[in-house]
Design a protein around this ligand. Structure first.
Ligand SMILES: Nc1ncnc2c1ncn2[C@@H]1O[C@H](COP(=O)(O)OP(=O)(O)O)[C@@H](O)[C@H]1O
Ligand SMILES: O=C(O)C1=C[C@@H](OP(=O)(O)O)[C@@H](O)[C@H](O)C1
Ligand SMILES: [Mg+2]
Length: 178
């Protein structure tokens, strides 16, 4: 199936902010493509033997980012996968280069309001466990939106679209049409 991706790409990488749906859409998309699904956050947790809130607590964001770099480097060499990244993976320049290499990169673009709605009940995102998550999402978006755009081959707006629709729109754009 990898041969059917545009530009001979060997994997699909999903980038975008917290709540864009990278984990949810990535899993569904992998099934459609017959690819394995990888999520960089789950891989970090598996390697560390602890969850992300624990890693942030004990090692700080810097410790988490270091672990993230190792995982991104390794998974960017794995073929036949859909890789859902964490929202901050694009901050690091070598991560951006690794993610782009041999991949179709899909930016799941999402308004800050929609990000907020999709993340407000979840306690597993340390950066949003404060009094002003909407403000944090807004500030983060300003910094990261250009970085997502920089490496994206395809940009899909996800607001008010159900996951199935998003997956279909991604497939329409990443596959070579015969
Ligand atoms: N297109 C969508 N429509 C409705 N709900 C969605 C959509 N994408 C994701 N969600 C929901 O939003 C929440 C966050 O999604 P998730 O996949 O964890 O995002 P990310 O990995 O980008 O942070 C989950 O509860 C998920 O079910
Ligand atoms: O945006 C970020 O910096 C983060 C996003 C999270 O992943 P999701 O984007 O899948 O929520 C996770 O990697 C961590 O909490 C940090
Ligand atoms: Mg995720």
């Amino acid at each position: 199936m990898a041969d059917s991706l545009k530009h001979g790409a060997k994997r699909v990488v999903l980038v975008g902010p917290m709540g864009a749906g990278k984990t949810t859409i990535g899993r569904l998309l992998s099934r459609e493509l017959g690819f394995s699904f990888c999520d960089s956050d789950s891989e970090i947790e598996a390697r560390c033997g602890a969850d992300i809130p624990w890693i942030f607590d004990v090692e700080g964001e810097a410790g988490f980012r270091e672990r993230e770099c190792g995982v991104i480097r390794d998974l960017s060499q794995t073929n036949g996968i859909v890789l859902a990244t964490g929202g901050g993976a694009v901050l690091n320049e070598s991560n951006r280069a690794h993610l782009k290499e041999g991949a179709q990169v899909v930016y799941l673009k999402t308004s800050v309001e929609q990000q907020f709605e999709r993340t407000r009940r979840d306690r597993n995102r340390p950066l949003l466990q404060n009094d002003e998550p909407l403000k944090v999402l807004t500030e983060i978006f300003k910094i990261r939106d250009p970085l997502y755009s920089e490496i994206a081959d395809v940009v899909i707006m996800t607001d008010k679209k159900n996951p199935k629709t998003v997956v279909k729109q991604i497939l329409d754009q990443i596959l070579v049409s015969n």
